[in-house]
Design a protein around this ligand. Structure first.
Ligand code: HBI
Ligand code: FE
Length: 303
């Protein structure tokens, strides 16, 4: 996945982005598992096999462990109810089906109540490496294994709780960057090297190589205030990845009072996605060659 945020005029959107009206106020739908076609299960299998070949030695231990314990296999798109029964026993989370992107307040309310909204649809064969909304592969393969981890489980709930408050204070873009650079695109240090824990990387064939092995991106030690001031890319690989020393760093993050932090950074200049600052703890400085080749347009860096 290189984006979960719809571009204006994008086609084939499913949820809030399509202007859809929900049947239920919380936007949940039935997964309709029995209606998946053989071709859709085959798409899942293709994606599953590609990532399963890449992720050993790249995904962090928590991801591998979560995946091992969950009923997520190669043959079929998982059933959310069966998945939820296992997940709930471990961390109290459940997976609920949604048609695609849901409005921010609906999204936050689910997370705050330990329900993970997962797209019920699967990408088409011609969009294996690029999609505009989170589908069942990104949401279930990418996110759900990490929700088996108690630290991530608490952190994502805290994000849901903080989301409404951030929106009221006009600081949602800043908070959303924390989620983006951790839950979606985070890297973590392990004794045996850098590993992926972000679901946007773990569910992407191309980015799971780029994020760890390519010379182009910066890899920078995670710093909360730094990340809140850093815009991100929605349409391409990230220019910078932020590295946690340990997943448990997120526990402390979930306890930070964001109020004073918002006050401090309000009005401070923002950083572009590819900036390197003197205060950065650099794991590796990138060449930037990937985005230079793409003809990086300033308008592309968003949020
Ligand atoms: N809806 N289904 C879904 N998945 C997301 O990741 C999501 C969403 N709605 C809003 C949203 N993300 C973000 O804009 C918030 O994290 C700010
Ligand atoms: Fe996601």
């Amino acid at each position: 996945m290189q984006t979960t945020v719809p571009a204006p005029g994008a086609k084939a959107l499913h949820g809030a982005a399509a202007g859809a009206r929900p049947d239920r106020p919380d936007w949940t739908i039935d997964q309709g598992w029995s209606r998946y076609t053989d071709a859709e299960h085959a798409t899942w299998r293709t994606l599953f096999d590609r990532q399963s070949a890449l992720l050993p030695g790249r995904a962090c231990d928590a991801f591998v462990e979560g995946m091992r314990r969950l009923p997520i296999g190669r043959d079929r798109i998982p059933e959310f109810e069966r998945l939820s029964d296992v997940l709930q026993q471990h961390t109290g989370w459940r997976v609920v089906a949604v048609p695609g992107l849901v409005p921010d307040d609906v999204f936050f309310d689910h997370l705050a109540n330990r329900r993970f909204p997962a797209g019920h649809f699967i990408r088409k064969p011609h969009e294996l490496d690029y999609l505009e909304e989170p589908d069942v592969f990104h949401d279930v393969f990418g996110h759900v294994p990490m929700l088996m981890n108690p630290v991530i489980a608490d952190f994502v709930q805290a994000y849901g709780e903080g989301g409404l408050r951030a929106r009221k204070l006009g600081m949602l873009p800043q908070l959303a960057r924390v989620y983006w650079y951790t839950v979606e695109f985070g890297l973590v240090r392990q004794a045996d090297g850098l590993r992926i824990y972000g679901s946007g990387i773990a569910s992407s064939f191309t980015e799971s190589v780029f994020a760890l092995d390519d010379d182009s991106p910066h890899r920078i030690g995670f710093d909360l205030e730094r990340v809140m001031r850093t815009r991100y890319r929605i349409d391409d690989f990230q220019e910078s990845y932020f590295v946690l020393d340990d997943l448990s760093d997120l526990l402390r993050l979930a306890e930070v009072d964001f109020g004073p932090l918002y006050d401090r950074i309000r009005g401070l200049p923002e950083h572009a996605p590819g900036d390197v600052l003197p205060s950065d703890r650099l794991w590796s400085r990138g060449t930037g060659c990937h985005h230079a080749r793409q003809g990086a347009a300033p308008g592309i860096a968003k949020a």
